[in-house]
Design a protein around this ligand. Sequence first.
Ligand code: ADP
Ligand code: MG
Length: 257
Amino acid sequence: MGKIISIANQKGGVGKTTSSVNLSASLAHYGKKVLLVDTDPQGNATSGLGINKGDVDQCIYNILVEDARAKDTLVESDTPNLDVIPATIQLAGAEIELVPTISREIRLKQALDEVRSDYDYIIIDCPPSLGLLTINALTASDTVIIPVQCEYYALEGLSQLLNTIRLVQKHLNKQLMIDGVLLTMLDARTNLGIQVIEEVKKYFQDKVYQAIIPRNVRLGEAPSYGKPIITYDAKSRGAEVYLELAKEVMENDTRVG
Ligand code: ADP
Ligand code: MG
């Protein structure tokens, strides 16, 4: 049975999509069968893996709002072992359209249950909000990865996210756990980055991954070529660190059993 991991933080620009794409590709690199589910209407994970949104016939919208089967929306990416359930701008209306529907919080879970046994990992890239799309993702997940950008106010807003996680645990998904907190976009030349690392470690302790994602030009460039970093520049520091993160995520899995 595949493990389902959401990458969530309601702040935009903290590295959710970059981490979703590159963790997925890194796990696939280690021979794991991976499905990346894009739940952000912007569809950056979709295009970041080279999938042309204009060619997408059915997307996550059709799963959530129209009961489409996950199998009918799957697209193979150019990366071996890595499939994608894409998102298009059609998804932008989904949160409002979902409000009056029955079982609106568990639709993604129901759809993923049908394909779960085909994968080792299912990674869900969440949108920058705590609305029904993120709730669907958290409800479907075994664990959540929280990316935190190494900048001023790094911890700001995290209490709302943790509160949402607690509400989901209480009402929708008792099993949900925090897989880890991922520090992103570290600028090693500044003291600020070091301070933020200390602050986040003080708060989350051993939940913080050892792998810390540096600010890396190649990581920022790769999406415009529709490639994960290990395909775009395997020798870059960004590629190395996402491979290290993938190892930690796999180790967490063996610890949890
Ligand atoms: P989110 O999904 O949380 O909104 P993204 O992953 O899209 O965040 O990242 C925001 C922007 O920062 C994107 O343009 C992305 O390419 C860039 N970016 C993300 N991580 C890094 C990094 N480690 N180094 C350099 N640029 C990055
Ligand atoms: Mg994103």
